[in-house]
Design a protein around this ligand. Sequence first.
Ligand SMILES: N[C@@H](CCC(=O)OP(=O)(O)O)C(=O)O
Length: 436
Amino acid sequence: MTTARISTPPLPPTNPRRTNPTSLTIVLKLGTTSICDEQTHLPKLSTLSLLVETIVHLRSAGHKIVVVSSGAVGVGLRRLGLDRRPKHLAVKQAVAAVGQGRLMALYDGLFAQFDVPIAQVLLTRENLAERTQYLNACNTFKELLLMNVVPIVNENDTVSNAEIRFGDNDTLSAITAGMVNADYLFLMTDVDCLYTDNPKTNPDARPVRVVEDVGELRDKVTVSSPGSHLGTGGMVTKLVAADLATAAGCTTIITLSHPPLIPTILAEIQSHTPNTPFCPTHGTHFLPRPNAMMDRKWWILHGLKSFGAIYLDKGAVRAVMNRHRSSLFAAGVARVEGTFNAQQCVRLLTIIHKNDTETVIEIGKGLVNYSFAECLRIKGHKSSEIEGLLGYVDSGCVVHRDNLVITNRDVDVESIVLEGVSRRGSEEDNSPVASG
Ligand SMILES: N[C@@H](CCC(=O)OP(=O)(O)O)C(=O)O
């Protein structure tokens, strides 16, 4: 069988956010089907034992390991004698609460054989959307790794709100990889790699070995896997995870849940000759993006859910995309949508005229200093007018440049049709000089 290449790059560049090149930080993600039997929900002890032995081996080679483990619901189902994953969120949360303790007991029992301490880290999307909590979680990981502890991460199912749950642990593992500045994220699953189509139904499906840009995959592979009966993720969520993690500079590998493959894959990467095509024999390797995003911007883009939108006029788009990177001022806000509070994430949009139609396009995302109601009142006005309009001033700008991430640099600024509600002072306020 031939393999498909989405690109022919040289060996993946090392993660620019890495601090210690001799010790790799590796995140291993195991889904529910790797941990529990789909029918009986009995724990897969052989896989778990191999995982623990592999981690012990990797640690002795100097690497730091974080495990993202699903399985709380699966283990809980077995404990409660239930035969299928409940549909109702509260029931699922209760089952996860029963299973999580037993899952950790299982891990602790196995790691204790090797005198390796472990820690339970339960996270929610809501926690990570709050900058202080996000940084606290990053610091906790840092200390645990310094103490030579293996953190075992899962979603805090009991408190996760239905609307903003991670839901699948693929996304959680990518966010975790970003938080610990991981070099590698292994998404371990029940298939050996990504295929161009479903190999069970299409005999012509070929394995994809190296992916340089996850976006390129859309036209080249057909991914329909919705995941197993027991877990919630599938190949689609793995691609989303690969996109997030590679944006943070982390090489992401989809591979079979057979832990001894991990050192084999790492050895293959390390023995590769620089500047020659990289043709791995196991898994699908997603290469880190060359311009890995720095922590704060990555957090704004991927850690946060957007709650509304702010439309920028032409002058504001020009200013925020300018090489001096201006902040967004009220004068450049043409329209606001949705309901958002101050310090929440909003999408930054504009409207262009193209092929006789007006199209809304995204420019980026940002953390907003004023709520939706406040933005409605100050839009189109100079910063010096904010106090008169609101009775107070929280900030001179609507989105500070440090909290603003441009996601689309291919905007033809001249085609923007929004000129703003009021042009008073827009250029003045948005000028690079007033960019603080
Ligand atoms: N937090 C849940 C995991 C959610 C889930 O199903 O994840 P996955 O098996 O990775 O699709 C649990 O521990 O059961």
